[in-house]
Design a protein around this ligand. Structure first.
Ligand code: FPP
Length: 252
């Protein structure tokens, strides 16, 4: 494992923010179906994979990890499955928050609050507040998130500020727009990983992934491991060496 760590050690000169990995966690349902298990078991194992991935990210020295855990489109799933997913989020926050905090993980949640229960919102707010000064790993969970919705909400707030006179229409630039997104203040992802072999973005971080490297892996999310993460980062670093400029930064 030491060799793998060395191989992956991130160049401190690489970007100011270190490495930001975003993941579309896909394939829980197919993982369960292949084993004759209910989809809920796939999601439960998905949370185990999430825990492993947070630990591995800390060990590998990533500064940012962003996970797509419930999309605005997921509301079209059966009510029972939606309840299962919400239950898992609640249990994850309840069981893991103390450890995440102890380990210096800063939690942030992106997505719309509309449609979420008050108690869940309070739970999320408390987790964000508790961990706000942590600096080891920035863990962003996209929950009730859709990128087009995020962009439209940002545009609405910009329009309101233009109408209110606090900014002029001519002030609208990519940088200003960025500051109105849910991800304001976060660096763009360097690497996007999607599991389960599907090759699409599914309305995830459309603005923020403009220059990111994409790695699609053939394992279902419940089987995602530290080794899968390392292999994806190695692939990212190989691409950097091949296509990057003179400095070791992400291609772009
Ligand atoms: C994709 O599998 C995964 C999701 C819709 C959600 C990801 C959720 C988790 C990892 C567990 C929940 C964790 C938290 C913290 C909320 P899929 O159901 O789309 O799989 P399929 O494409 O094979 O059907």
């Amino acid at each position: 494992m030491k060799a793998a760590m060395d191989k992956l050690s991130l160049d401190p000169a690489e970007g100011q923010g270190g490495l930001h990995v975003a993941i579309i966690m896909d394939g829980n349902g197919r993982w369960a179906a292949e084993r004759g298990l209910p989809r809920s078991e796939g999601h439960r194992q998905g949370v185990e994979a999430l825990r492993r991935t947070v630990d591995a990210s800390r060990d590998l020295g990533l500064t940012h990890l962003t996970l797509y855990s419930f999309s605005s489109e997921n509301w079209s799933r059966p009510k029972q499955e939606i309840n299962d997913l919400f239950g898992l989020l609640r249990r994850f926050v309840r069981r893991d928050l103390a450890d995440l905090h102890k380990n210096g993980v800063k939690i942030r949640v992106i997505g719309t609050r509309t449609g979420l229960d008050q108690d869940l919102l309070r739970m999320i707010d408390d987790a964000v507040e508790l961990t706000k000064d942590n600096t080891t790993l920035n863990l962003t969970i996209a929950f009730n998130y859709g990128s087009r919705d995020e962009i439209a909400r940002a545009a609405q707030r910009i329009a309101e500020d233009v109408a209110g006179g606090s900014i002029a229409a001519s002030d609208i630039s990519p940088e200003l727009f960025n500051s109105y997104l849910d991800t304001a203040g976060l660096p763009d992802p360097d690497l996007l990983i999607r599991t389960s072999g599907e090759l699409r973005l599914s309305n995830f971080l459309l603005w923020q992934l403009a220059y990111s490297e994409f790695v699609f892996v053939d394992v279902y999310w419940p089987d995602f491991s530290r080794e899968t993460l390392e292999a994806a980062i190695t692939e990212y670093q190989r691409r950097q060496r091949r296509f990057g400029g003179t400095t070791a930064r992400s291609a772009g």
